[in-house]
Each structure stands twice: as C-alpha cells, then as structure tokens.
Write a protein of this length. Structure first.
Length: 315
C-alpha cells in the first residue's frame, strides 16, 4: 500500500493546517478464462467460451483524525475488467464510502457492504485467478456488496467490535420507486472467535415495492479455522430463492511457495432453476514481490465446465 501525505488548504483564523493521509493500493491480474456455454445479453447470445481475463483495481483511501481522537475517512475505487464477450473496457470510479470510527465502533455511510458480504468466512477460499466458483455459489442470499464500477446503495452500516466479538447492522432504502432497480435492504450479523476458530451468523432481507419483483430473505452460518496444515471454511445457508445450500473450501500448503485451493458448493435444489453441485480445484504459487501464478478447473452451479490461468500482482 503506497502512502502520500496531503496538507489540507483550509486556512482558518488561527492559521492551522490539518494533515490528512491518502493511500493508494490494489492489484492487477491477467490471463485466460474458459467457461462452457458462455452467453451475453438478454436474450442470450452465444460467444466464445475462451476469453482474456484481466482486472486493474486501485483503492484510494483518505482519512484524518479529529482533536478528540475520532477517525474520519472515505474510499473510492478505480477498476477496469474485460467484458464477458472478450472485448476490452475502460476503468471507472465507483460511489464513495465514508466512515467515522472511535474505539470499537465504526459507522459507514454510502457505498456500504452488508452483514453477509462482510461476515467472516462467507467467501472462504476461492480457487483460481478469477474465482469462477466458491463455497457460496449455490446460495440465493440477498447480498449487498461494496459496489465496483457503480454507485452502490446509499446505505448506513454500524459495526461494533469488542475483543473476540463483532456485530454489524446495515440498511438501505429503495430510492427508485415502483419498478426501479433498488430495494429496501436490511441485514444483521454477529461473529465470535475462539481457539483459532471463528463462528459467524448473519441474516438479510431485500424488499421491492414492485409486486412483480420477488422479495428475498435468508440466513447463513459460517465456521472457519485451521486443522494442522489445512485452512478450512464452511457455510450452511437457507434462503427464500433456492432453499438450503451448503459449502466448504480449504487451502493446503504443499511447499514453501505453493498451495492447493479447493471449494465445493451444493444444495439449492428448491430453486427455479435448481442449482447443481459446483466445485473447483486450483493452485496458488507465490513468485515473490507480491506476484502469484494462479489457476483452476471446475464446474459452476449451471453445470458448465470452467477453468482459468494467469498472474496476479499486488501494489
């Protein structure tokens, strides 16, 4: 993470200048990705199964601390991904996320991530360069993540941490009216860490004022920790879209620089269409200097074979 210090230009009667810290950091990746029966658009149009996979991501974080010790800050992201049809794309900004933090309490406003997206071990260990499958693939949970390349929800999230306990309550309102694209969203979650393991539980619901749009709610439980040389994460979820689903993922070091990463997700048979068991097995080889060679093979929840291979570098 690169750091640059800026002095604010706000000169007041005392002539004092407040110092703010601005940091830049992120990653880039490039390689190839294969997905059987790849389509784009509605109605679906078939495109090449194999395409270039790439991403450039830069997070810009700014923060300062008040005289009474409260930290204030914000984040925006610049990101570029290739299109699913294999064409290139330009980088774009997303909506900002603001925060105020003191002690164990943190308040986030704007482009927030909800209690499921933020919960420990929900995403687990994702194999491959682009993570086309994961232990969460078969769920139908209403997850609101920190939006990239879009404004995101204009929501509020309260997070409290005390020792090994962590809790979060988040919400955002439908701002588009009937037939719009946003929804009323609420989520809550708690987690507790003990003896090298973390257990987390979260609930979320999304309600749209358009009667033609399905309201969704769901609950998920995750567990994560280590068994010897294997790092594990597990989840079980129940939601109103696909029913009960579950998954497990793990990472095993086979050498000083190489790990095997695998994930399986099953269930979700009550959905329309029902999801099929998805899985992936891959590797992560550290080349040093923040550079890694990654790849995987597997099958997604639509029963299509997937694979990727490439390099990721952090900066």
């Amino acid at each position: 993470m690169k750091k640059v210090l800026f002095a604010t230009a706000a000169l007041i009667a005392t002539g004092s200048v407040a110092a703010a810290e601005v940091t830049f950091g992120g990653y880039g990746r490039f390689g190839m990705q294969y997905q059987e029966n790849r389509t784009v658009g509605t109605p679906a149009v078939a495109v090449d199964n194999t395409r270039i996979e790439s991403r450039f991501r830069m997070d810009i974080d700014a923060e300062t601390t008040s005289d009474i010790g409260v930290r204030f800050g914000a984040r925006v992201r610049v990101q570029a991904d290739e299109n699913n049809d294999g064409s290139g794309n330009v980088a774009s900004f997303n909506g900002p996320r603001f925060f105020a933090e003191s002690g164990g309490f943190r308040l986030e406003v704007g482009n927030i991530a909800d209690s499921i997206d933020n919960m420990y071990n929900y995403y687990g260990y994702e194999p491959g360069l682009s993570a086309p499958v994961g232990q969460y693939s078969n769920t139908g949970l209403p997850v609101i993540g920190y939006a990239t390349g879009a404004a995101g929800v204009n929501g509020v999230s309260a997070i409290y941490s005390f020792g090994d306990f962590r809790g979060q309550l988040s919400g955002s309102k439908d701002t588009d009216g009937p037939g719009g694209t946003s929804v009323d969203h609420m989520s809550a979650g708690v987690s507790y860490a003990f003896s090298g393991w973390t257990v987390a539980l979260a609930y979320a619901q999304s309600e749209d004022d358009n009667p033609a749009v399905l309201d969704v709610d769901g609950t998920v439980l995750t567990v994560g920790g280590s068994l010897g040389m294997v790092d594990l994460a597990m989840l079980v979820a129940d939601d109103s879209v696909v029913g009960t689903s579950y998954g497990i993922s793990g990472k095993y070091a086979v050498g000083a620089a190489t790990s095997i990463v695998a994930a399986v997700s099953a269930g979700g048979d009550d959905g329309l269409p029902a999801k099929k068991t998805s899985f992936g097995v891959g590797f992560d080889h550290n080349l040093g200097g923040g550079v890694a060679l990654r790849g995987m093979v597997g099958r997604n929840s639509a029963s299509n074979n997937v694979a990727d291979l490439g390099v990721q570098f952090n900066f």
